[in-house]
Design a protein around this ligand. Structure first.
Ligand SMILES: [Zn+2]
Length: 492
């Protein structure tokens, strides 16, 4: 690892050198979606941010185990452990089994992520598949004395925990302020303090999603699943935990408390948080009703959109801002992103049309180094992208014969674009779909095969020629020999 990477740790509130516990292995956990509706632009940001982190760590040579969960139980409408389960509610309204809702929206989430060229995580555990592990963790927290049971529900005792630990160390909040600012909401009567949070909730008679436990038939609290599943797949201590800034409190603060209570130590070494996407300066969110789904972006079917946008435009729009900066959505910003991405992709193609000269008239050796420096500075993609735009000016000038590039420098630029634009930023051609791409590939392969057959025929090697024809016939590809050479078609 020749590239010293620094990351901004939300816990220490500063940039720190990234030193994994067990190199070359890196454990990365990111909070995934609660699957009760289509993903919107706000969901694309953490997915793309941590896809960038995942890709870059892999590029540096780390073997990354990336765990991103699916929340399919326990996420209630209200953060203070009240209200209906989000998935249970959707299932009730649609008259579906909750797991039908989960399957449907998980599948659609995966399709959206594929469109955005977001790599699949190494493991994608579901909360409902880890109820036993969650119950075990509740037991451990009870045994350590940091939780209490009331009427079949178990709550985390924040005030008691805070006596020996620091509840609020991630968010920077003080317990006294939190307790003073907390309203007494309905359904909170069981708690000793309004800041306490549920580890296990007894299910009300109408609650659909329920499992047996030592305390009651019920369901786990939302914060518990991430502590449990990260421990299960990455160990009691691991390298990076990521998520949106909106999850920092209470979700991640509670995760820290749970790990300390159950295992006696912090689980996470580096906490990374992406900032929010705003719409006219306001947070975009389902609960705020001002969100646009990714599918609406791809189709243009939304009153806030002037037209459809390619998934790669959305990806580039997000990567053009540093992940810790806010990013304001507008049609104009997406138009600009589309133009910028087109320039980069065209320059990458142009690189293959340029003929090398004996000598370079321009300096390109520092571009790659500057891209690495930017990425090593807390994944600063916008600064690295600016370097690529500098390269575009050089490429276009060389194409116009105003400048020249040596063979070595040309190869260097190709390598920089393939490494950063394609592999690390995951930005791929916006013209043509996968099927068009495959068509081109098949045409090329057929041309090559028929060329080999033509050669065989010329040498009167009928054995090879017939073997190729019969082999193609078996694949339903019919070859016809004509005056202008062989033609082929696919039998339906
Ligand atoms: Zn989480």
């Amino acid at each position: 690892m020749n590239h010293p990477l620094s990351v901004y740790n939300s816990l220490s509130r500063k940039k720190e050198p990234f030193i994994p516990m067990n190199p070359p292995f890196v454990g990365l956990y990111v909070c995934g979606p609660t699957v009760y509706g289509d993903a919107h632009l706000g969901h694309a940001r953490p997915a793309i941010t941590f896809d960038l982190v995942f890709r870059y760590l892999q590029h540096l040579g780390y073997k990354v185990r990336y765990v991103r969960n699916i929340t399919d139980v326990g996420h209630l409408e209200n953060d203070a452990d009240a209200g209906e389960d989000k998935i249970g509610k959707k299932a009730r309204l649609e008259q579906l089994e909750p797991m039908e809702v989960v399957q449907y929206y998980s599948d659609r989430y995966h399709e959206d992520m594929d469109s955005l060229n977001v790599k699949k995580p190494s493991i994608e555990p579901r909360a409902s598949g880890h109820i036993i592990e969650q119950i075990e963790m509740v037991k451990a927290i009870l045994k350590a004395g940091f939780a209490y049971e009331v009427n079949g529900s178990v709550y985390f005792d924040v005030a008691k925990y805070n006596k020996s630990h620091n509840y609020g160390k991630l968010s920077g909040r003080l317990l006294e302020d939190m307790m003073a600012g907390c309203r007494n909401l309905e359904g909170q009567e069981e708690k000793r303090n309004s800041v306490d949070f549920a580890l296990w909730k007894k299910a009300s008679p109408e609650h659909i999603m329920r499992w047996p436990s030592p305390w009651s038939e019920g369901f786990p609290g939302w914060h518990l699943e991430c502590s449990t599943m990260s421990t299960k797949y990455l160990g009691e201590e691991f390298d990076i935990h990521g998520g949106g800034m909106d999850l920092l409190f209470p979700h991640h603060e509670c995760e820290i408390a749970q790990s300390n209570a159950a295992n006696g130590k912090d689980a996470v070494r580096y906490w990374l948080h992406n900032n929010m996407i705003t719409i006219n300066g306001q947070k975009m969110g389902k609960s705020l009703g001002n969100f646009i789904t990714l599918r609406e972006f791809f189709s243009g079917q939304h009153k806030g959109l002037e037209r459809a946008y390619h998934p790669m435009t959305i990806r580039f729009f997000i990567l053009q801002a540093h992940y810790r900066s806010t990013l304001d959505f507008s049609n104009e910003a997406l138009d600009a992103a589309e133009k910028g991405l087109k320039r980069l992709l065209q320059a990458q193609e142009t690189l293959h049309k340029i003929a090398a000269s004996k000598q370079s008239s321009v300096e390109v050796s520092s571009i790659g180094q500057k891209c690495y420096e930017a990425m090593n500075d807390d994944f600063n993609s916008p600064v690295a992208i600016a370097q690529l735009f500098d390269a575009v000016r050089i490429i276009n000038a060389v194409f116009d014969k105003k400048e020249s590039l040596s063979e070595a420098d040309l190869a260097e630029l190709k390598s920089i674009f393939d490494t950063f634009l394609t592999d690390i930023f995951g930005l791929i051609s916006t013209s043509g779909s996968v099927s068009e791409h495959l068509h081109g590939l098949i045409d090329g392969l057929m041309e090559m095969i028929l060329d080999i057959r033509q050669n065989a025929r010329q040498q009167k090697d009928w054995g090879t020629s017939d073997k190729i024809r019969d082999g193609l016939n078996n694949l339903n590809i019919v070859v016809k020999d004509g005056k202008g050479g062989a033609e082929w078609k696919l039998n339906p």
